[in-house]
Write a protein that binds this ligand. Structure first.
Ligand code: SF4
Length: 439
């Protein structure tokens, strides 16, 4: 796993009678080089204090010393379906307690989040696929500036009762969701692949899935920690999905993530082991020399690797007002900065902000043309883009907006191929219908 060096390590006392959880805890401690005496055990009644201490963790992030030092909290997934609101702790909280974090510290993680429902994508005009996202970890150590769990992250919160989770939570999800064949284990803003093999989640998850026909798990990473994959018992059930920035963009956006070159080397290992993977250039950041930077990235990627698909997603989900707070805009192509600034008001509620349609299309056209030079037949896609963007670029992309192969949708098995499912198409058509009917 990553070389975590947490300032503090907390663990919920509910883990103590659970041998499965304790074995995972000891593996984590061993990898971090910490004795069990380094663990600060907390009972539920102390969770408010723990949560407040986490909120106060605030190292100087302008220097190099904060990296990998986030506190770690080991807790247990509440598997009986009860919610934070049912917990006596929730009744008498002091003011200012960071509630989201307190929920996670106590193990109240949603069993799944239905992402990209037809209704929500129609509202934002986003083309993606409905999917139940799964999670057993909150927080991430990559520190990415565009991500809520990144630069402003306060802790890694890891649920250790994995067997209970699989038996009592995931079994029900899989039984209730026959249309979903591929599950994205994306965490609450977590990059869970970076915690393996000590966590041991994927080994157990894949073994569990092997009882079912045609079911798969995605790991979604912008890291390079993959050696744990080689010896998995059921790696035929695993599909990798990478987020990849150019080396120059990653330096600005992802201070603790490995370089693009290092991620590409990790993909090459999956190639050797016969594990399929897909790549999204995401988020594409128009640094000053973006054409050269991304042309180099695509050359390196496609000379070394054969991903199943390759997709593109501009920086998005970031209103210009926030964008100018988190980045030094002098480092970007000024035509993008000007266009983003000019569109600031018009796009303030637009999910595809900060850059207007024309500038994002300029990025995608370039990526498509460069990719085709190296891999003329590779299926390409744009990820979570607008209906209008698909209308404009569908021909150049070479896939249908309704039926495109992509990175992490719920029905596209290894191959890549679509599996038989009630979900037959993306949200493109329903987005169009919503506009036509004023819905
Ligand atoms: S890769 Fe496909 S399913 Fe995954 S976020 Fe992008 S469009 Fe949606």
């Amino acid at each position: 796993m990553y070389p975590l060096n947490p300032d503090r390590i907390y663990a919920h006392t509910a883990l103590q009678p659970n041998p499965d959880a304790m074995a995972r805890l000891h593996r984590f401690l061993g990898a971090m080089g910490r004795p069990e005496s380094a663990v600060e055990w907390f009972a539920p009644a102390d969770a408010v204090r723990v949560s407040s201490e986490l909120a106060a963790w605030s190292p100087d992030k302008n220097g190099p010393d904060w990296k990998m030092r986030q506190p770690v909290v080991f807790t247990r997934f509440v598997t009986d379906g009860s919610k934070f609101a049912d917990d006596p702790i929730s009744k008498d909280l002091p003011e200012g307690v960071p509630l989201h974090q307190l929920n996670l510290v106590l193990g109240y993680m949603a069993p799944f989040i239905l992402n990209h429902s037809r209704e929500s994508d129609a509202k934002s005009g986003t083309v993606c696929w409905p999917s139940k996202f799964l999670s057993t970890v909150g927080g991430c150590s990559h520190g990415c500036v565009y991500c809520g769990s990144g630069r402003d992250g306060k802790a890694l919160i890891i649920n250790l009762n994995v067997q209970e989770y699989l038996d009592q939570v995931f079994r029900k999800i899989i039984d209730d969701t026959p249309w979903q064949r591929c599950f994205l284990m994306i965490g609450n803003g977590a990059d869970m692949a970076t915690l393996e093999p000590e966590y041991g989640l994927y080994e157990d998850f894949l073994n569990f899935l092997s009882q079912y026909e045609d079911r798969y798990v995605y790991f979604h990473t912008n890291g390079d920690n993959v050696d744990w994959i080689e010896k998995l018992t059921h790696k035929e059930r695993l599909i990798g999905v990478w987020s990849l920035c150019s080396n120059e963009a990653a330096e600005l956006l992802e201070p603790c993530a490995p370089s693009a070159t290092s991620r590409i080397a990790a993909m090459a290992k999956l190639e050797q082991w016969g594990v399929p993977y897909r790549v999204k250039l995401k988020p594409i950041l128009p640094v000053k020399n973006w054409r050269e930077s991304y042309a180099n990235l695509l050359r390196e990627l496609l000379a070394t690797c054969k991903p199943e698909t390759l997709g593109f997603a501009s920086v998005m989900w970031t209103p210009f007002e926030r964008f100018e707070r988190i980045l030094d805009l002098d480092l970007l192509d000024p035509t993008f900065v000007e266009a983003g600034r000019a569109a600031k008001e018009a796009m303030k509620d637009n999910r595809h902000a900060p850059f207007p349609h024309e500038k994002r299309a300029e990025l995608y056209r370039f990526m498509i043309q460069e990719s085709r030079k190296h891999a003329p037949k590779l299926p390409l896609f744009i990820s979570t883009e607008s209906t209008e963007m698909w209308d404009e670029l569908e021909g150049e992309i070479g896939q249908s907006a309704r039926f495109f192969l992509c990175g992490c949708n719920p029905v596209q098995g290894p191959g890549p191929r679509y599996l038989k499912s009630e979900i037959k198409e993306s949200n493109y058509r329903t987005n169009k219908e919503a506009v036509a009917t004023g819905g």
